[in-house]
Unconditional design. Structure first.
Length: 96
């Protein structure tokens, strides 16, 4: 099955852990919020055992983090040969 069909996030536990991590790593100063890159599809069971989110797990984990972080939207770039450093229509020197 798909990750969405089989995995149910523990929202409160996840929010608590994320908040603890954030405060210990970045403090409470939100004026310098970092750009965070998170790997997809890896998670843990309620008892802490590492596991995966199965098929479509990376997409699912992105939406989980989006909800936990209060994001207004999630954008997926899929099946692309690369990502440019800027919009090449606006920045002639952009490269991939």
């Amino acid at each position: 099955g798909q990750a969405l069909d089989t995995i149910r996030p523990l929202w409160q536990e996840s929010a608590t852990r994320l908040d603890k991590f954030w405060k210990s790593s970045y403090g409470s100063d939100t004026s310098k919020v970092p750009f965070v890159v998170v790997t997809g599809f890896v998670c843990s069971t309620a008892s802490g055992r590492p596991t995966t989110l199965k098929r479509s797990g990376s997409d699912y984990s992105a939406t989980i983090f989006a909800k936990l972080l209060g994001a207004s939207k999630v954008v997926f770039w899929k099946n692309v040969d690369g990502v440019y450093t800027a919009d090449p229509r606006r920045v002639p020197d952009a490269f991939s």
